[in-house]
Ligand binder design. Structure first.
Ligand code: IPD
Ligand code: CA
Ligand code: CA
Ligand code: CA
Length: 275
């Protein structure tokens, strides 16, 4: 059954990815949600509609939680997740992760689709249409990039680790917290990237391009698929204080596992957990 779930999600992600490839940098309607750093375009909405149609055609009894179907702001999204979690099968969809990149014509726009069964993520698909890279994972069945098995990297200390983080879209406090983390980590790691798609950061941790990733104040749709990818690729996913990942986590730390303790310690010591 996992194969069927994953196959349908991949097909939906490819269809949505086609829209992203065609319209990147050329959105016609750029709207602001909570502020001028929290954007939505007509393509975000179209992408979500395409994915919904595909998923419901295959699984009419399943529920869908998609970013653009939820009122803006973190309180509303936490509430929507809470309600949606009562569903037996819940698809969690980010139709474009990296809308700011999309609007500005930069790479780093992905489609992220996860399926949770009774609150546990069992399938995760992240598609980068600009590189035609399809990341997939099913619980206890490993993680793959374009069908080839992937695993996390082997760096065992922060000094040789390439990390990533991101700047949340709608909260000044979260950006401030994140900067404290960057100030603490930047002198003790190899370098830090902020590509602008949390899902892509997680996929890159899963395939070993990045050693670790953390970010404050994300939503379930940013992390659900990527968290399974990292776990299935042999990595560790927790909140920023080191507690195991679950769908209600908002502040995430994901890594190859070998640097996880050091990463969490640095975040805690610099008051950068957001908790
Ligand atoms: C955003 C991206 C970005 C992260 C923001 C998210 P969106 O998602 O994942 O990397 O820093 O916090 O909101 O709005 O482009 O789907
Ligand atoms: Ca958004
Ligand atoms: Ca997102
Ligand atoms: Ca989005």
């Amino acid at each position: 059954m996992h194969d069927r779930f994953s196959g349908v999600a991949e097909a939906a992600a490819r269809e949505a990815g086609h829209l992203i490839r065609e319209r990147i940098g050329r959105a016609r309607e750029v709207g602001e949600k909570t502020s001028n750093v929290d954007l939505v375009t007509e393509v975000d909405k179209q992408s979500e509609a395409v994915i919904r149609t595909e998923l419901l055609a295959a699984f009419p009894e399943h529920k869908i939680l998609g970013e653009e179907g939820v009122a803006p702001g973190s309180a509303a999204s936490a509430e929507a997740l809470n309600k949606a979690l009562s569903a037996e099968y819940l698809w969690i969809v980010d139709p474009i992760d990296g809308t700011t990149n999309f609007v500005h014509g930069l790479p780093g726009c992905t489609v992220s689709i996860a399926l949770a069964h009774r609150g546990e993520v069992i399938v995760g698909v992240i598609y980068d249409p600009l590189r035609d890279e399809m990341f997939t994972a099913s619980r206890n069945q490993g993680a793959f990039l374009n069908g080839t098995p992937i695993s996390v990297s082997k760096e065992d200390n922060l000094g040789v680790s390439l990390l990533a983080t991101g700047f949340p879209g709608d909260k000044e406090w979260a950006r401030e917290v994140n900067l404290r983390g960057m100030v603490a980590l930047s002198p003790i790691c190899r370098n830090i990237r902020a590509i602008g798609s949390a899902a892509l950061h997680l996929a890159y941790v899963a395939c070993g391009r990045l050693s670790g990733f953390w970010e404050i104040d994300l939503n379930a749709w940013d992390m659900a698929a990527g968290s399974l990818l990292v776990q299935e690729a042999g990595g560790t996913v927790t909140n920023t204080a080191g507690v195991d990942y679950s769908l209600d986590v908002r502040h995430i730390a994901a890594s190859n596992g070998l640097i996880h303790t050091e990463l969490i310690r640095a975040l805690k010591q610099s008051d950068a957990t957001g908790l």
